[in-house]
Ligand binder design. Structure first.
Ligand code: MN
Length: 239
């Protein structure tokens, strides 16, 4: 199964960047990872339709902040770095993947991109916008779970993880604010921050705020997210 993964662009080195954890997780799950770049500003990117026609599933990967202009807000002081090129590449990809019900696993920034592409909004910065927020930017190693989440009973996420209480890593300062139409909340942190969204009517469209790809060697449930993505992609292509 061909699993497309979006990447970041390192402007200084003029390289495409992706943590090896994504590639390892997809390979452990039996999929074939294919990297998707963003394109130089001002150039017409290839059509999302053309890119996705060669893929069986899509992973929207983690990275910098989403430009709040995409959900109708002005930038707050604590907004982090944004990448117009990535937004420009990923938002159309997410919209087209939603349109064709392509299986999507959206991770961290990816979950935010997915929600914005479907019409939702974000907290630009949890620490300044959500009173009593926990530490969501961990100082522990990436593979280590730091805060718990409550997984919504009978969600698709619960079926995959096999539990309503899971510990996850946390490397974000943005999060979903208004959930996009067609999506439901699938998990929350104890401070109320939305940690997962899913589309109940889709084959498999899931956004998680944590980084499961960095936990797959330590937690079977995290690998199950990738295995399920590959499984549904396969089931969908053999119908
Ligand atoms: Mn978190």
């Amino acid at each position: 199964m061909k699993i497309g993964i979006t990447t970041s662009k390192n402007d200084q080195a003029n390289t495409v960047d992706l943590a090896m954890d994504y590639i390892d997780a997809i390979r452990l799950a039996g999929g074939l990872p294919l990297l998707l770049p963003s394109y130089p500003a001002g150039e017409e990117p290839p059509s999302a339709r053309e890119i996705l026609s060669g893929l069986d599933a899509l992973i929207l990967s983690g990275g910098c902040d989403v430009d709040p202009g995409h959900f109708g807000e002005e930038p707050l002081p604590a907004l982090g770095r944004v990448s117009p090129e990535r937004d420009c590449a990923e938002i159309p990809l997410a919209k087209e993947a939603l349109r064709r019900d392509l299986p999507i696993l959206a991770i961290c920034r990816g979950a935010q991109v997915l929600n914005v592409a479907a019409g939702g909004s974000l907290y630009q910065d949890l620490y300044s916008q959500v009173g009593g927020a926990l530490q969501h930017l961990q100082k522990a190693p990436r593979w280590h779970g730091v805060h718990s989440i409550s997984v919504i009973r009978e969600s698709k996420l619960e079926r995959i993880l096999g539990s309503t209480r899971v510990t996850v890593n946390s490397i974000h300062h943005q999060a979903v604010k208004e959930v996009a139409g067609g999506f439901q909340i699938a998990a929350r942190a104890p401070d109320g921050v939305i940690e997962a969204i899913e589309m109940p009517d889709a084959t498999f469209i899931l956004g998680v705020q944590w980084h499961p790809e960095s936990m797959v060697r330590h937690d079977a449930g995290m690998l199950a997210l990738f295995s399920e993505l590959v499984r549904v992609a396969k089931a969908r292509t053999t119908v």
